[in-house]
Design a protein around this ligand. Sequence first.
Ligand code: SAM
Length: 218
Amino acid sequence: MSKENEKTLEVYEEKANLYLSNSMEHDRLDRMKAKRKREKLEKLIATNFSPLPKHAKVFEIGSGDGSNAKFIQDLGFEVTASDTAQAFIEATQHQGLKTIHFNALEDDFPEKYFGIFCWRVFVHFTKDDALKIMEKVYDTLEDNGIFIFNAINREIKSIDNEWVDFEGEYHMGAERYYNYFTKEDLDTIIQKTKFKIEDFHKDGGSNNNKWLLYVLRK
Ligand SMILES: C[S@@+](CC[C@H](N)C(=O)[O-])C[C@H]1O[C@@H](n2cnc3c(N)ncnc32)[C@H](O)[C@@H]1O
C-alpha cells in the first residue's frame, strides 16, 4: 500500500461525515445532473452484472455512502459492501447492507465473487496500487467474473497527480491524493494481469471524457 493511499485513508477516517454531507449538497446544487449521472451509472451496472448467475455474490470496494451497493443488492445479488472509514461503513449498514471494514490494498477478500465493483476509488491509487488491486481482484473472482472500475482521465489534467482539497462542495478540510491515469497506463497494467477488456469507454465531464471506464472479465 502506498504512503499516498495510506494518508488519504486517514483523511477519510477523520472526515467521512463531512464528505457525506458535502456530496449530498453537491447533488442538491444540480438535481437534474445528479439524476442523469445516477441513471447512467445504474444502466452500466445493470447491463454488466445482470448476465451474472442469479443471486451471485458481488463485492464493492470503497462503498462510501453505500448507494451503489444498495442498487446492486436491489438487482437481486448477494452484496458485500466495504470501506475503511467507520462513518462510511455505518452509512452503508444503515441502508441494510452487509458491510465490512476492508482495505483493498492490505486485506484478503473474504470469499470469491462473480462481480467486483470499484467506483471512484482508483483516484486515490498510485500505479503500483492499481496493479496490486487488479491482481488481487483477478485472484478472488470466479471464472468469467466481472470487474468494473473507473479512474480519472489524465487527458483532462495538466499534472499526473496532486494533493488537493477541492473548493466548494467537495471541500474536505484536508488534502487527499489524486492520481490521474492515461488509458495507456491502465492498459499496460491490465496487460500484466490475465484480465480481458470486455468494455472500455470515456464518460462524464463537459467533453464526455473525464472518466476512463473499464469492464474486465476473468
Ligand atoms: C471518492 S470516494 C468514492 C466513494 C464511492 N465509491 C462513490 O463513488 O461514491 C473514494 C472512496 O475510496 C475509498 N478507498 C480509497 N482507498 C481505499 C483502500 N485502499 N481500500 C478501501 N477503500 C479505499 C475511500 O474510503 C472512499 O470511500
